[in-house]
Design a protein around this ligand. Structure first.
Ligand code: DMJ
Length: 659
């Protein structure tokens, strides 16, 4: 028998009494009828109160289920692979500033501690607010970190775009904002600015050797080429390309990172007093964007000095006429004084890598100034290139016509000159924007599959994995030294959640790039190599044609060594970089100051200096070497910064405060 029901309670308060006596037959229908009768007997107030209570209970249940279920799934439900692909913790960067904001008003901010990769050491670079005592700073920092984490969580709950690629599930980085939305709502000036001062850790022995190399290079530039584009170290003179102090601007952030404050201040004075863009001079859109615009933006971010942002905005404005073409694919050149833009004299084509490797800088300029036009112009190019036909499994041709907007010279595919940084910027824009712009990463992933399918081979006898070229269906075992950016880019992608086999490929290609240096008599890579594909021959793996024996002090091998060491912790990568630095010192260092590109990497007795120090030697090569020799993953953390193709670090975006 069912127990006797309790007496009906006193009705001064709202209650529900369900009598279960009488002719109970245990059937469901009886229970339904009986409940319904009781329900009808209740007053409207009682019924509303019950409904309200039930709804409340339901909501509480739902909320606690969600909060328990998510971590539970994360712990138990994920496959090992999925867990590997979780994006890094959200970086925290200061909100952007308006160009006219007063730099004195911007105290610094510590970025959120990113996930550590291998070793724990005190950070070398600290972002500080000069003039504030450390206690204030700590409190401010804690508060900002908390707020930023809160922002990131809120964002995570509202936006969850998932990119899916051949079984890979890549979640967007939480806490970042879609660039288009950012540009729509110009940012209010922030009370924060990033400032990096490396007063904390003293450089180790190898880093000191890089500083020594930089000082030597800088001494030559300062003495013989001050304010000019490039040093000619042998003839102790200079050469002009744009007439804009290219080396000086390219080297600004390197000086900051290496802690060369006196040199930085002197260069800053030149930028302030002498750098004028109102000049009747043609500049190459790509080269000037990655070196000058990128250099100024990065100097601004590291120093917090508003001068650099003002210069960047001025320069960016002067580049804009390049985008006024029938197709919206920009011309290669623009006159920054007159605003006349044009393609090269011999063609109306632009280079694919050039028009697709200006986006990081233009997007960042929009973010900082609140002016959308830079970002819109650059992203229109990305959109158009994305939808073009003529690709081969994600691989792009090398030229694009500025009138028709179509690819030209179809059927030739390379990861070297004219195409290289197209692939690099697909990945890096995706990272910059917080891993939400799925089209970018999908194009990148497709291209990597295309590389594997069409361009990857192994040499003989050492079976080095290399990336060759394809011309109208014919494979060529030729690889530019420029392609050595790829191991680093692949490793960076794997770090940000892309498939783990990208890291394996990165390691294999890194070995090859090292061998391209190692197998040369000077220990320095030539500009182009050809790989031997024939097992029976007595040839070496790496072969060089006489016309390709030069070395321009390029950064790509040491750039990738930096990423590989930072992301794996394997010390062999540092050792390899150390060997390369020794080789630069042995064969490219000019006693009176500066380093020179050389004509013959196979002749240590006469490497034939070419009398030119490219600006990227200071902007990239020495910077990457210095970072390679650092054991501190917080020194320009890869979770907080993305390096443009000229090694200028730009912040990974976070949402503006209070958004
Ligand atoms: C640099 O200007 C950049 O790294 C660019 O992406 C390729 N060429 C040089 C360095 O080799």
């Amino acid at each position: 028998m069912y127990p006797t029901p309790p007496p009906a309670p006193h009705r001064d308060f709202i209650s529900v009494t369900l009598s279960l006596g009488q002719s109970y037959d245990g059937s469901k229908s009886w229970r339904r009828r009986s409940c319904w009768r009781k329900w009808k007997q209740l007053s409207r107030l009682q019924r509303n109160a019950i409904l309200f209570l039930l709804t409340l209970l339901l909501l509480c249940g739902l909320v606690s289920y969600i909060s328990v279920a998510d971590p539970w799934r994360a712990v138990n439900g994920r496959s090992a692979e999925e867990r590997k692909m979780r994006p890094a913790d959200p970086p925290v960067l200061p909100a952007p500033q308006k160009a006219d904001a007063n730099p004195e008003n911007f105290p610094g901010v510590l970025p959120q501690k990113p996930k550590r990769h291998f070793r724990r050491r005190p950070p070398n670079l600290q972002i500080r607010a000069p003039g504030k005592d450390s206690e204030d700073r700590r409190q401010d920092d804690t508060q900002r970190r908390d707020e930023a984490v809160g922002d990131a969580r809120r964002e995570e709950n509202t936006q969850r775009t998932v990119v899916s690629w051949r079984g890979a599930v890549i979640e967007p980085q939480p806490g970042t904002e879609l660039p288009s939305r950012k540009a729509e709502a110009p940012h209010k000036p922030s009370s924060q600015a990033p400032r990096i001062q490396n007063q904390a850790a003293s450089p180790n022995e190898r880093q000191r050797a890089v500083i020594d190399a930089f000082r030597h290079a800088w001494a030559g530039y300062r003495k013989f080429a001050w304010g000019h584009d490039e040093l000619k170290p042998v003839s102790r003179s200079f050469s002009e390309w744009f007439g804009l102090g290219l080396t000086l601007i390219d080297a600004l952030d390197t000086m900051w990172i290496l802690g060369l404050r006196k040199e930085f201040e002197e260069a800053r004075k030149w930028v302030s007093k002498k750098l004028r863009f109102q000049k009747d001079v043609d500049v190459n859109l790509f080269e000037s964007t990655i070196r000058i615009l990128g250099g100024l933006l990065s100097a601004y971010h590291l120093s917090g000095d508003d001068l650099f942002l003002k210069k960047a905005e001025d320069f960016g404005n002067r580049l804009m006429p390049a985008f006024q073409t029938p197709s919206k694919i920009p011309y290669s050149d623009v006159n920054i004084g007159t605003g006349a833009a044009h393609p090269p004299r011999w063609t109306s084509d632009s280079t694919v890598a050039e028009v697709t490797s200006i986006q990081l800088e233009f997007r960042e300029l929009s973010r900082l100034t609140g002016s959308r036009k830079f970002q819109e112009a650059a992203e229109e190019v990305t959109r158009r290139v994305h939808s073009l036909s003529g690709k081969k499994d994600g691989l792009v041709p090398m030229f694009i016509n500025t009138h028709s907007g179509l690819f030209t010279h179809m059927g030739v595919f390379t990861l070297g000159a004219r195409a290289d940084s197209y692939y690099e910027y697909l990945l890096k824009q995706w990272i910059q924007g917080g891993k939400k712009e799925t089209q970018l990463v999908e194009d990148y992933l497709e291209a990597i599959e295309g590389i594997k399918r069409h361009l990857l081979r192994r040499s003989e006898p050492r079976k080095l994995t290399f990336v060759g070229e394809l011309a109208h269906g014919r494979f060529s075992a030729k690889m530019d030294h420029l392609v050595c950016f790829l191991p680093g880019t692949l490793a960076l992608g794997a770090h940000h959640g892309l498939p783990a086999d990208h890291m394996e490929l990165a390691r294999a290609l890194m070995d090859t790039c090292y061998q391209m240096n190692r197998q040369m008599e000077t220990g320095l890579s030539p500009e182009i190599v050809h790989f031997n594909l024939y097992p029976q021959s007595d040839q070496k793996d790496v072969q060089v044609k006489p016309a390709d024996r030069h070395n321009l002090l390029r950064p790509e091998t040491v750039e990738s060594l930096f990423y590989l060491y930072r992301l794996t912790g394997d010390p062999k990568y540092q050792d390899w970089g150390w060997q390369i630095l020794q080789s630069f010192n042995a064969y490219a260092r000019v006693p009176s100051g500066g380093y020179s590109s050389i004509s013959n990497v196979q002749d240590p007795l006469n490497p034939q200096p070419r009398d030119k120090m490219e600006s990227f030697f200071l902007g990239e090569t020495l910077k990457y070497l210095y970072l390679l020799f650092s054991d501190d993953p917080d020194l320009l953390s890869l979770d907080a910064y993305v390096f443009n193709t000229e090694a200028h670090p730009l912040p990974i975006w976070v949402p503006p405060r209070g958004a």
